[in-house]
Design a protein around this ligand. Structure first.
Ligand code: FES
Length: 87
């Protein structure tokens, strides 16, 4: 596959300041899983949290996407230029 074809099938986003290129249709949760992050978020008691259900029920996968806090990473598809931060 030519490089230009590959680029059209991928999007680039930033996770905690690091650029990553993922296939179109990837969820933000899946993209974050490619990094050695400590947690997607922390509970009010300070416990590390990460995706549990993967289908929008548990709310354990919340991250900040384009400055919008508490966004469900398992229900959000990666977009070109997206900026994601975990806690
Ligand atoms: S993993 Fe459960 S809501 Fe996202």
């Amino acid at each position: 596959m030519a490089d230009t074809q590959l680029m059209h099938h991928h999007v680039q986003l930033t996770i905690n300041g690091q650029a990553i290129r993922v296939p179109v249709g990837s969820t933000v949760a899946a993209a974050i899983a490619r990094f050695p992050v400590e947690a997607y978020r922390h509970s009010v008691q300070g416990e590390a949290r990460a995706p549990l259900c993967g289908m929008g029920i548990c709310y354990e996968c919340r991250v900040t996407i384009n400055q919008r806090e508490h966004t469900l990473s398992c229900q959000t598809l990666c977009e070109e230029g997206m900026v994601v931060t975990t806690t």
